[in-house]
Design a protein around this ligand. Sequence first.
Ligand code: MG
Length: 376
Amino acid sequence: MTAPGLAAYAADESRSEGRRYEEPKTVYRGEYQRDRDRIIHSTAFRRLVYKTQVFVNHEGDLYRTRLTHSIEVAQIGRTVALALGLNEPLTEAICLAHDLGHTPFGHAGQDTLNECMREYGGFEHNLQSLRVVDFLEAKYADFPGLNLMFETREGILKHCSVRNARELGSIGERFLKRQQPGLEAQIANISDAIAYNNHDVDDGFRAGLITLDQLREQSLFGAQYDEVHERYPELEDRRLIYEIIRRMINTVVTDLIDQTRSNLDDVAPASIDEVRLADGPLVAMSKTVFDQHVSLKKFLNHYLYQHEKKLEMTAKVQSILKDLFARYMADVESMPTEFSSAAANKEEAVRARVVADYIAGMTDRFAIAEHERIAG
Ligand code: MG
């Protein structure tokens, strides 16, 4: 029996592999609701407010941070999940947790830490998000981490190398068998892309890195621009942009729901296990909208992420994180006790992983302050 209100192919806690450590049920909350609540109460979640999404936190108060990004992802994900009869609390939990393993300073931070860890198994932010919820959060008396449900962990581990998958047990199996995750995880994944494509238009325009004329050449933006401009010819640019963005999100999300519904009708999975065995992801946009979405993504990648202002920042970030890594490797005692005791007298690779865990957990401003402190 599927829980009321849920489609047959939705994740259902009564048929889940459950938690790594068994726990008694609560009276008023379902298991995925508990997962979402644990994520919101976690230390890693609170730190997202001071972690860079694209723009470094101190560049301005109005830009997205990883926290506001994650909330926007969850908002989109919940809409899609509800419309398709899927598990909304699970979708929300995965969306809110999807960036918990991100380093300070956005992608520049992640690339630098990966470089520092090259000889010790590398650094992947998806895998790190799973480490955060499985091991690094220390809040409960009976178990390490947050002890989340299988489907929540499955959704958080969006990508994983085959080598790492082999060491992860049941949660890594789908990467070895080339299977899909549940639909709620697929929604979280695509909601992430929809959220950043849209908020980066807003943030990039505010930062002066992209102009209205450039944006109008993007068909997703251009079509909405023409409609809004015709109806409100006097609208000032700031409100114009907001009006266009909300219409873009609505267009893409509606297309995503319609196309996914049609995919589900075609494949007709009878359970989440049949979703996992499908040839590819069933949550998808139509080809037309997907192409427009990808084109906008490439445009933003070129003008925002590769911009020289960001590149200059990247060089600074590299030196901060490399210095911190070298210092902690040479002197584990300069980390707080919970990390220094885990690293003391351990072989180099274990020590490096502890150092990476410590650095990955830092906020932008803490990393900067800590760098100033050790540099004297
Ligand atoms: Mg994200």
